[in-house]
Design a protein around this ligand. Structure first.
Ligand SMILES: [Zn+2]
Length: 291
């Protein structure tokens, strides 16, 4: 009885969080792009490498630039100048790229990381602010030039999910599955956001060893790319870590909710007033001012 009540209240809590996030997502999509000093900075700060604040209100000092290409990967849409991150994030991309190269199923296309000093972006993302987030596309490229041709100033690659959003489509396969599993098994990875239909496909195909599945979190969109988030790097005392993901694999009733009418066809609320921007951490102001 006790455990049923706990499970039920946890589900209720999770659902409330999902709905609150959806409301902010819907109002965010109606928001005009807004200027931010962070998007005008062209280079990382010369300060020591440090993650400050959280993914949605933070920054990074002394960030590193992801090389334009490396074993198994190519960095795309470089004109956006969002290819900076913590060395741990570059190390993760290198590791997953080498695994991708070993599978020989084409180059992994790496999308946005953070701006040179992180901070709020003028478009596209609310998170990606502290050098620990990266988007990875689920379509592979045969060469660096093909990747740039297919991505630069063009619409996003194809979705892996059927229009009904209830299951994965014909473009989904073992290569996408292997990429996500490799990423989720990486020790520095905290969580990965992917469409609920993708999570469902992973739940169905995973074998006995399914501890990594807990890190794959269902989310709206994310049907053509995944969003990978690392844990705070050790010793970065100003980095704000998110609450841990639940211990279970997340393939049960929590996942089922994502296929309910409430989740698939949410009622759109009237756009609310844009919430006030949170105060940025004081240490980020120093990063912004630094040479
Ligand atoms: Zn992302």
């Amino acid at each position: 009885m006790m455990s049923t009540t706990t499970a039920r209240s946890r589900r209720f809590l999770a659902r409330s969080i999902h709905l609150a996030a959806l409301a902010s997502l819907l109002s965010a999509s109606a928001m005009p792009v807004s200027a931010t000093p962070w998007s005008k900075v062209q280079h990382p700060s010369s300060t020591m490498t440090e993650v400050i604040g959280g993914v949605s209100n933070g920054c990074i000092g002394g960030a590193r630039a992801l090389p334009a290409f490396g074993p198994g990967y190519v960095s795309v849409r470089r004109y956006r100048n969002r290819y900076y991150g913590h060395p741990d994030l570059l190390g993760f991309i290198g590791d997953v790229g080498r695994a991708q190269q070993g599978r020989g199923s084409g180059l992994m296309m790496v999308g946005d990381l953070s701006q040179p000093r992180g901070g709020r972006m003028s478009s596209s993302h609310r998170s990606h602010q502290n050098g620990l987030d990266v988007d990875i596309w689920l379509t592979f490229a045969s060469s660096q030039s093909e990747a740039n041709r297919s991505m630069d100033h063009r619409s996003d690659p194809r979705s892996m999910v059927e229009p009904s959003r209830r299951r994965v489509g014909s473009h989904w396969g073992p290569d996408q599955q292997a990429l996500i599993e490799t990423a989720a098994r990486h020790p520095r990875v905290d969580r990965i956001f992917a469409n609920a239909a993708i999570k469902q496909a992973l739940c169905q195909s995973a074998g006995q060893d399914r501890g990594w599945l807990r890190k794959v979190r269902p989310w709206w969109g994310h049907d053509a790319h995944i969003h990978v988030r690392l844990s705070c790097p050790p010793g970065n005392t100003q980095c704000i870590q998110q609450a841990p993901v639940p211990a279970e694999d997340g393939c049960g009733s929590d996942l089922a909710w994502w296929f309910s009418d409430e989740a698939l066809n949410p009622r759109k609320k009237a756009p609310s007033k844009r919430p006030a921007e949170p105060e940025i951490p004081a240490a980020c102001r120093a990063v912004l001012r630094a040479p």
